[in-house]
Write a protein that binds this ligand. Structure first.
Ligand SMILES: NC(=O)c1ccc[n+]([C@@H]2O[C@H](COP(=O)([O-])OP(=O)(O)OC[C@H]3O[C@@H](n4cnc5c(N)ncnc54)[C@H](OP(=O)(O)O)[C@@H]3O)[C@@H](O)[C@H]2O)c1
Length: 250
């Protein structure tokens, strides 16, 4: 049976790689992102790999349009197997200029973009008594990173929201998987000036995500080194973090 999957943030990086990986399996894909030209070229490649594609160039922060679009997608394909809420933005806090615009952009995209995407899929999944919700969080969501408070907070928020959804939706045979990647080589991390530890390419990341989803993991942290490091990062004393950030001039 061909899987029917909605993926947000499919115009680049992890979302694009996931689209290709599922297209190779012959999936029916609904792809969402804002850049139409990028989305069109991803769709063309997915079709050449064996997928069927519905393209929706739009902004996940627009609750009304996203809801309407997802309902149309589900009506067109009759049912939905999986939603992968992956769209997200990075960025540093801009605390000094007294303007919350950048912080709010990150929080809105990374939190409301997820709820706007997932919740319209739920009534159909309940009706079907099956489905899989995949939320792309981050290892950055386990402790407030220096200068990235909004990003860390957004990733922690969606991980906890997804954990809660898992309890509520288990009654309807709906799985919920939290994906927590470390550094993945995509446009999102291009600006990083430091050497990113355990950097992984997007295609390998996509294959690992596919496997975790297939195994119905609740929370998948990768590359594996982060699973060991995260408990240690949680107990680093504040003074050491302050000292390090002063040294690095962050
Ligand atoms: N790369 C990493 O190291 C890393 C690590 C942990 C977690 N993640 C998470 O993985 C997810 C994918 O990121 P990536 O690394 O693949 O970065 P990316 O290449 O920059 O991809 C981000 C995707 O999100 C889409 N997007 C952003 N804002 C959107 C909006 N308002 N509406 C619709 N689509 C929007 C972008 O498309 P348009 O610009 O065309 O809209 C793009 O397709 C993000 O949630 C990110 O936080 C990444």
């Amino acid at each position: 049976m061909k899987q029917k999957i909605l993926i947000t943030g499919a115009s680049s990086g992890i979302g694009e790689a996931l689209a290709y990986a599922y297209a190779k399996q012959g999936a029916v894909l609904g792809l969402i992102a804002r850049r139409k030209d990028r989305l069109d070229s991803v769709a063309d490649k997915c079709k050449s790999l064996g997928g069927t594609v519905y393209n929706y160039p739009m902004d996940v922060t627009d609750q009304t349009i996203i809801k309407f679009t997802i309902q149309n997608f589900i009506d067109d394909i009759n049912n939905i197997d999986m939603v992968i809420a992956n769209a997200g933005v990075g960025g540093m806090d801009d605390l000094k200029n007294g303007d919350a615009t950048e912080t709010n952009r990150i929080l809105t995209t990374n939190i409301l973009g997820i709820s706007n995407t997932v919740i319209p899929c739920i009534p159909k999944m309940i009706e079907q008594q099956r489905g899989h919700v995949v939320v792309v969080s981050s290892v950055a969501g386990f402790r407030g990173l220096v200068a990235h408070g909004a990003y860390s907070a957004s990733k922690a928020a969606i991980r906890i929201m997804a954990d809660s959804w898992r309890y509520s939706l288990s009654h309807y045979n709906i799985q919920v998987t939290n994906i927590c990647p470390g550094f993945i080589e995509t446009p999102l991390v291009k600006k990083n000036r430091f050497k990113m530890p355990f950097l992984m390419d997007a295609d390998t990341a996509a294959m690992k995500i596919l496997s975790a989803v297939e195994k119905r993991k609740k929370c998948y942290i990768f590359p594996w080194q982060w699973k060991i490091l995260l408990p240690l990062i949680k107990v680093i004393p504040d003074w050491l973090i302050k000292w390090g950030s002063t040294k690095a001039n962050i």
